[in-house]
Design a protein around this ligand. Structure first.
Ligand SMILES: C[S@@+](CC[C@H](N)C(=O)[O-])C[C@H]1O[C@@H](n2cnc3c(N)ncnc32)[C@H](O)[C@@H]1O
Length: 339
């Protein structure tokens, strides 16, 4: 394996999880959509536990290549252990980086165009199940939520520093929670008593503000946690940049696969793919098309969801929604312009 670690090596953890403790979602469907060939070059923009990377390497043996990105430096030891398998070896290149920076990374490493690019969004089980990462309120942990715990602003800092209106705005926009104002007010009141630094304290404050669970399908703090995580990691901005850069980075006929886990992510991906697939961007009031737009993408099939068997075997797959699109042969400069 070749690797590039842009920051200091990850802090040593008590035990390094085995590479496949995270069950890859829609693995079979991803491999079918990317249809790896033995000489194919793929980008896994969200390496995580390496499940999809491994599936792509297996399907593209003996010489297919995967560039694997993850913003979390804790993924590096998992990539290294995958590379120790003689069937993988130097067919994987791990880069510690953010797919939002894909355009710059492409330039820096001079990557040729890819035959397939995957973004399996959100969190891995390694992150969700580690109390020290602060993503889950089912156990006590520091209120962190950074994908890269070596950089950026934690959720505890946001909860400490944002004024009430900004907190409410984040919870409303990224948690789509209509009780955002009441939650923000409770956070501001409680932080004046003592700093909010743990997952469980924040969850209690949110529950106290909007009432307990009382038969609701999800815990009352779920949306607030989603909102803070999206804000901490700037997930939607990063996703938009990443998907646009991915479209530009695909070879003609190359495929883009995205797996989203909530509607904000999925709507954003859908919008960018629709725009890139457009053959007319004229204002609707014009009677005829005068734009001669040339699409960069062609949508492939309908969105795909995990079947019942996968949902039963892996409850975390339940909300997954996969989209597939194929790069046309229109050069980037001649095609529809993307944001
Ligand atoms: C759902 S997991 C991927 C699981 C992986 N497909 C597997 O089979 O093991 C998402 C991973 O993407 C990483 N990630 C999230 N946002 C990222 C970004 N903007 N750039 C790079 N990696 C990101 C997370 O750190 C996490 O490890």
């Amino acid at each position: 394996m070749t690797s590039a670690l842009a920051t200091a090596p990850p802090k040593q953890r008590a035990s390094i999880p085995t590479p496949l403790a995270h069950l890859p979602v829609l693995e079979r469907e991803t491999v079918a959509a990317l249809a790896p060939q033995p000489d194919g070059r793929f980008l896994d923009g969200t390496f995580g536990g390496g499940g999809h990377t491994l599936a792509l390497l297996a399907a593209s043996a003996p010489s297919g290549q995967v560039v694997a990105l993850d913003v979390d430096p804790a993924a590096l030891p998992r990539a290294a252990s995958l590379a120790a398998d003689p069937l993988v070896g130097d067919r994987i290149t791990f880069i510690h980086g953010n797919f939002g920076d894909l355009a710059d990374l492409r330039q820096r490493y001079q990557w040729p165009a890819f035959d397939g690019i995957l973004f399996d969004l959100g969190l891995s089980s390694f992150q969700l199940d580690d109390p020290a990462r602060g993503f889950a309120f089912r156990f006590e942990g520091p209120l962190d939520m950074r994908f890269n715990s070596d950089a950026g602003v934690s959720a505890a800092e946001l909860v400490r520093d944002l004024d009430e209106a900004s907190l409410a705005d984040v919870i409303r926009r990224f948690g789509e929670d209509h009780r955002a104002q009441a939650i923000a007010r409770a956070i501001v009141r409680e932080r004046a008593r003592s700093p909010i630094t743990t997952t469980t304290r924040l969850a209690e404050i949110v529950s106290g503000a909007v009432g307990g669970r009382r038969g609701a399908a999800i815990h009352p703090a779920t949306r607030t946690f989603q909102a803070l995580r999206i804000e901490v990691n700037r997930e939607l901005d990063v996703l938009e940049r990443g998907v646009v850069a991915a479209i530009h980075a695909l070879a003609p006929g190359g495929r883009l696969v995205t797996i989203a886990f909530h509607s904000l992510e999925d709507r954003l991906v859908k919008r960018v793919i629709e725009r890139a697939s457009a053959s007319c961007v004229c204002p609707p009031e014009l009677p005829i098309c005068i734009c001669a737009t040339r699409p960069l993408l062609r949508r492939i099939g309908k969105p795909i969801r995990p079947d019942r068997a996968e949902q039963a075997a892996n409850p975390r797959a339940r909300s997954a929604i996969m989209r597939v699109a194929e790069r046309t042969d229109v050069p980037v400069g001649d095609g529809v312009s993307l944001p």
